[in-house]
Ligand binder design. Structure first.
Ligand SMILES: NC(=O)c1ccc[n+]([C@@H]2O[C@H](COP(=O)([O-])OP(=O)(O)OC[C@H]3O[C@@H](n4cnc5c(N)ncnc54)[C@H](OP(=O)(O)O)[C@@H]3O)[C@@H](O)[C@H]2O)c1
Length: 317
């Protein structure tokens, strides 16, 4: 079996590198990790070349153009990476009867729904990044609709944090520099740990004996249970850092909740990023695998605390 992972240097890509290193995958699979220095994902011909040369039976696309505000000005690059590149990967998958695992975002929604979003809800992105990711989803679905071979899953997730730049690390840096912070308190979602997401992905593809598990092609919301605002997450991150003995200028009482309209950014964000994960839970429940279910039901709060504790240990705060 051959597995290719695009985006090896991103948060999720690094999580995949860790997982594949600690599990016995090297015994059953040849894995190629691909980064920007191997291929520019705006180059479709380059993607085709790399896929045909390696001929994987599983493609994991952890790469994306994720600079949300910059995408407002770099629309063409965002579309090339987020829509054309996955379309190219999907085309390879149907031609070669391969599996394609791709990642998408809560930003494909406008956030105006009351309650949680389910997979079939209408996409209506507010910003160019969201539009490019939505175009990627649609392109994959269209390629697979025309064929009976291959299989795909699009994992929509939200507020990812791992080994890389993310909201938690930005807040901790700012809390060291400033004694007052103003954080948006009217946008809701749930933070998703990249290591957790990579583990859920591997559990989705394989059973405990590393045999491939069949799954229905489609979109899946892959987020932990629960919800929070950016303000709530900032509070949790700062409290966790203080618990680790990190000296911060901004204490929790110095963080002020503000409305999103008070902090305008180039790219508008959805106010409601709550994604229902019921479809994935149902699928995993059918497999009667206690370990997988336990992993799915982890506590995101505890995960944020552990993440901050690790940052503190690694002197990254
Ligand atoms: N981060 C979030 O909060 C969030 C939320 C919802 C969904 N998602 C989705 O989750 C997935 C993983 O996100 P992440 O946080 O791991 O992203 P990330 O840390 O920004 O990593 C993205 C990776 O894609 C690579 N990349 C971007 N443009 C490229 C190009 N033209 N050619 C080659 N490589 C390119 C980057 O390469 P370099 O390292 O060289 O720049 C980077 O390694 C993505 O599909 C994203 O849309 C993320």
């Amino acid at each position: 079996m051959k597995i290719i992972v695009f985006g090896k240097d991103g948060q999720l890509g690094k999580a995949f590198q860790k997982i594949f290193a600690i599990t016995p995958f090297s015994k059953i699979a040849e894995i190629q990790f691909v980064g920007r220095s191997d291929v520019d994902l705006a180059d479709q011909e380059g993607i085709r070349r790399i896929l045909n040369a390696f001929s994987p039976s599983i493609i994991i696309n952890a790469a994306a153009y994720t600079a949300v505000d910059k995408a407002e000005d770099e629309v063409d690059i965002a579309y090339a990476v987020n829509a054309k590149a996955p379309e190219e990967m999907a085309q390879y998958a149907v031609k070669n009867n391969a599996m394609f695992l791709h990642y998408s975002t809560d930003y494909v929604f406008d956030g105006k729904k009351q309650g949680v979003y389910v997979e079939g809800d209408q996409r209506n992105p507010l910003c160019e990044y969201g539009r490019s990711k939505a175009a990627g989803e649609l392109a994959i679905e269209t390629v697979f609709q025309k064929s009976t071979s291959g299989r795909f899953a699009i994992f929509r997730t939200s507020w990812v944090y791992g080994d890389g730049a993310n909201f938690i690390r930005t807040i901790l840096r700012l809390a060291k520099e400033r004694d007052q912070l103003r954080i948006i308190a009217d946008q809701y979602g749930v933070p998703t740990n990249a290591d957790w997401l990579a583990r859920v992905s591997v559990n989705f593809l394989f059973d405990q004996s590393l045999q491939l598990t069949p799954f229905p092609s489609g979109v899946y919301h892959v987020v932990p249970n629960g919800e929070i605002t950016w303000y709530g997450l900032a509070n949790l991150a700062i409290k966790s850092a203080l618990d680790q003995g990190i000296a911060l200028k901004a204490k929790p009482e110095q963080i002020s909740p503000i409305l999103a309209v008070e902090y305008p950014l180039p790219a508008p964000r959805p106010q409601n990023s709550r994604l229902s994960n019921a479809k994935l839970h149902f699928l995993i429940e059918q497999q009667n695998d206690v370990t997988k279910l336990e992993h799915l039901n982890y506590s995101w709060e505890e995960s944020v605390r552990q993440y901050v504790s690790q940052l503190a240990q690694d002197r990254l705060i």
